[in-house]
Design a protein around this ligand. Structure first.
Ligand code: PLP
Length: 443
């Protein structure tokens, strides 16, 4: 049974939450105990589901394919560690993410370094560690070739923008004609010339976008770059392209009425349109992020207050635009289902009524949902926000300087801390004058 599209049912979240309550992770505020720290919110990540998805990737692609999960989707080191232990690699968008990957125990050859703005220090570090590297533009290629000198190159790929156009969300579409990522495919002749001039480039890389991309567009992007592979090999020799990196971008269904794209549908579409990809003479890499993590994560917050404002009944909770930046600023594009549980973590029942869920930040855009119909909410209840496993905590906003919440992981009956709630000291340290820059070899 595929778990690719699996989502968290309210009853299952309730079971896990009650286990967390029994373990003392989210003590209530009433009756008030001045010696017990109140912790009003937590994020839960289903590591079992994440592991199952890595296993499904392994089973769906040819043996030896590297599944490098995009760190930016969820940079919690213990989440990365679970991925690495499940056999995945990691895709890093910055040198900082490379360090997170190393901290999580990822072998260097399973790290794919993809930043579009690599400095000389970034490149030196990547070469020293022996990471895989995807080059964004010709100047970067030239820089790397000079820095390499005569030493043996790691696996170096060139990112090509297939220019297939955008999806339904402009901000996450990276393959428009003038996208900032990669070399546009309309510069075909220059790309082929670069492969002639730089024998160290042995891979092609394409990533079409994140959320809002139809399956056909994702596959078309890969197909265009694969046809370029054939053209390059006609010119510079068969076998020149050792690795083909397909990127990520499979979207996630955030609304119950949305169907989502099964992994098998994506792989079948690739096989039908681009049989050459699976002919056995090419090593493959994938870079999924959202599809692995988004529906594996959910968050709860106690309701602190319920109040009437104009015609609306407001429930004030402890997670808002700090965790869900995109939701707050572009609510039409970024939806999250919301449920309510009682103070003991049981799904609430009884008469329903409209309620507006607002976050804790001091700005009026901090609204998670307006006039949604839920069983009557009271202070001390839990609001459950679904599908927060990707591009939420990783985009945490420091507005109002609230502490990053506790992150718990679970797999079956196992429940563990992936990241403790930040302390007040952590926040003060964040905003304090920091140490002088470390020496070059530390970066
Ligand atoms: C963000 C990103 C990914 C992951 O995209 P998802 O939509 O989360 O699958 C993969 N590759 C690159 C280069 C990226 O920038």
């Amino acid at each position: 049974m595929s778990r690719w599209l699996e989502r968290t049912r309210l009853e299952d979240a309730s079971t896990v939450l009650r286990r967390a309550l029994a373990a003392g992770f989210l003590p209530p505020q009433e009756p008030y105990d001045p010696y017990a720290a109140y912790n009003p919110s937590a994020i839960f990540h289903d590591l079992g589901r994440v592991r199952a998805r890595v296993a499904e990737l392994d089973a769906s692609f040819p043996a030896g394919t590297l599944h490098a999960v995009a760190i930016k989707a969820n940079p919690v080191v213990e989440v990365l560690r679970a991925l690495v232990q499940a056999g995945a690699g990691l895709e890093a968008a910055s040198l900082e993410e490379v360090w997170l990957a190393l901290e999580a125990g990822c072998p260097a050859w399973r790290i794919v370094f993809d930043s579009p703005a690599k400095t000389r220090d970034d490149v030196a570090s990547a070469l020293a560690h022996g990471l895989r590297l995807n080059v964004d533009n010709f100047d970067e290629l030239d820089r790397i070739a000079r820095m390499l000198g005569k030493s043996r190159p790691p696996l170096i790929g060139l990112r090509v923008n297939p220019q297939v156009g955008g999806g339904s969300i402009a901000l996450t579409s990276v393959a428009t004609r003038s996208s900032k990522f990669g070399v546009p495919i309309e510069r075909r002749d220059e790309i082929i010339a670069a492969f002639e001039a730089y024998p160290l480039v042995r891979a092609l890389h394409v990533h079409v976008g994140s959320q809002g991309m139809p399956l056909e567009t994702l596959v078309e992007g890969v197909a265009r770059v694969h046809s370029l592979r054939e053209e390059i090999e006609r010119r510079v020799g068969k076998g020149r392209i050792h690795t083909f990196d397909l990127g990520g971008g499979l979207p996630v269904a955030y609304r119950p009425e949305d169907k989502g794209i099964p992994l098998s549908a994506y792989v079948d579409a690739l096989k039908a349109k681009i049989p050459g990809l699976f002919a056995g003479d090419l090593a493959l890499v994938t870079e999924f992020g959202r599809a692995i993590h988004a529906t594996a994560g959910w968050a709860v917050s106690r309701v602190e207050y319920v109040k009437q404002a104009g015609d609306e009944r407001l429930a004030v909770i402890h997670l808002g635009a700090d965790l869900l930046v995109r939701r707050a600023y572009r609510p039409d594009e970024w939806h999250h289902e919301i449920d309510v549980l009682d103070a003991e973590g049981r799904p609430k029942t009884g008469p329903t009524e409209p309620v507006t869920i607002v976050g804790p930040l001091c700005f009026s855009g901090d609204v998670l949902a307006r006039n949604i119909v839920l069983p009557r909410i009271e202070p001390g209840d839990f609001v459950l926000i679904h599908d927060v496993g990707a591009y939420t905590l990783g985009m945490w906003s420091r507005h109002c300087s609230r502490r990053i919440p506790l992150v718990l992981g679970y797999d079956g009956d196992d429940l563990s801390v992936l990241r403790y709630r930040e302390t007040l000291h952590d926040v003060v340290a964040f905003w304090s004058r920091s140490r002088p820059q470390p020496s070059r070899n530390e970066s």
